[in-house]
Structure formats: structure tokens, C-alpha cells
Design a protein. Structure first.
Length: 166
């Protein structure tokens, strides 16, 4: 009871998510893959990349780095779980053309380099270079405000403001 009276009041947490790549930010519904466009993995945005440099969209911890290096999971300081999935059908490339610059458990800051990839090779061997950025624990989210920038800059351009449930 005393904790209720004197404890810190719980308020919804807010977090700004930045673009993970340089490029054009587009609606997740425009991704030509139903897993993402129908939000089966969660909600978010996608980037049509201008280059092959993926940076952290938040301050957080790398919680998953796929062995094929085509996707990475980051847990933000407020507890959001973000998935960056580089290209479509890139898992079949078995890591070819991808280089990871972090490992699971690493702490990262917004703008830190995570993965570099060969865009030409993805264009040749996969379905698309479009890169979804998805909040996978969307059940903890109260509201997402999305911004779509024509020329988003990785680690600098805000693409989502997220308020989590208290």
C-alpha cells in the first residue's frame, strides 16, 4: 500500500525510432511480402535503401543476429523489440554479401553500424532490397506515429514515435 502511495507513478514510455538506413521511408503495407505488409511480424515502416549500411535505429541491445546476417533484432531501452530485415527472400543467400559489425549481447547507440551489405548482389539474388523495420512486440504499444521521408538518413531521421502501454 505504501508503495502505491509513494511509489513512482507509472506513465507510458515514449521512444523515437530513427531510420536504420539511408533511403526512402515507405509504409509497411507497401512491402511486396504479406508477412510484412499484413503486419504478421508486427507494425513499422520500411526503407528503400540508397546504400548498404544498416545502423541502429535506437539505443539498445542486440538480442538476435541471424546466422545469415540478413536480419537483426534490437531491444530498445524502453523494451521495444525491433526487427530489421534486410531485403526480401535474402535468407536464401546464406550470408553471402552481408557483413555483421556487432554480435548478440552488444550494447548499441543510435547510428552505430550494425550490418553492411552488397545491394547489387541482393538485387541479383533476392526478391527486393526493401528493408522492413518492425516492432515485433507490438502488443506493448499504445500508439505509433510514423513519418515517411523521401531522403531518410540512417540514425538521424525520425521515422516512428512510439508510446508504450503503462
Amino acid at each position: 500500500m505504501l508503495k502505491k502511495l509513494f511509489g513512482k507513478k507509472e506513465v507510458p514510455s515514449e521512444e523515437t525510432i530513427f531510420a536504420p538506413l539511408n533511403g526512402k521511408a515507405v509504409k509497411i503495407e507497401e512491402v511486396p511480402d504479406p508477412t510484412f505488409s499484413q503486419k504478421m511480424m508486427g507494425d513499422g515502416i520500411a526503407i528503400e535503401p540508397a546504400d548498404g549500411n544498416v545502423v541502429s535505429p535506437v539505443d539498445g541491445t542486440v538480442i538476435q543476429l541471424f546466422h545469415t546476417k540478413h536480419a537483426i533484432g534490437i531491444k530498445s531501452q524502453s523494451g521495444l523489440e525491433l526487427l530489421i530485415h534486410i531485403g526480401l527472400e535474402t535468407v536464401m543467400m546464406n550470408g553471402e554479401g552481408f557483413e555483421a559489425h556487432v554480435k548478440e549481447g552488444d550494447k548499441v547507440k543510435t547510428g552505430d553500424k550494425l550490418i553492411t551489405f552488397d545491394m547489387d548482389l541482393i538485387r541479383e539474388k533476392a526478391a527486393s532490397t526493401i528493408t522492413p523495420l518492425v516492432i515485433t512486440n507490438v502488443d506493448t504499444v499504445e500508439n505509433i506515429e510514423k513519418q515517411y521521408e523521401e531522403n531518410a538518413v540512417g540514425g538521424k531521421t525520425q521515422v516512428m514515435d512510439v508510446k508504450t502501454k503503462s
